[in-house]
Design a protein around this ligand. Structure first.
Ligand code: SF4
Ligand code: SF4
Length: 68
């Protein structure tokens, strides 16, 4: 199963990864704020991830890593 991890403190909250995920499982974590002062992106339903890595490819700040 694919695993997505986020270096949350590097996220600038642009939301590009949210837009690009075909499974719509990338969300902004509205319950917390990172070191830069943004709500960081996160994955809510890890088990639905298909490992396409669109999110990681799209992220301009290299926040996301996808393991397959
Ligand atoms: S790897 Fe693909 S399916 Fe998984 S969270 Fe990223 S964009 Fe979504
Ligand atoms: S694309 Fe990268 S910087 Fe933008 S919200 Fe997603 S993880 Fe954060």
């Amino acid at each position: 199963m694919a695993k997505v991890s986020f270096r949350e403190d590097r996220c600038k909250g642009c939301g590009l990864c949210v837009e690009v995920c075909p499974k719509k499982i990338v969300k902004m974590a509205t319950d917390r704020i990172n070191a830069k002062g943004f709500h960081p992106a996160t994955v809510t339903e890890q088990d639905k991830c298909i490992g396409c890595a669109f999110c990681a490819t799209m992220c301009p700040d290299v926040v996301i890593e996808v393991e397959r």
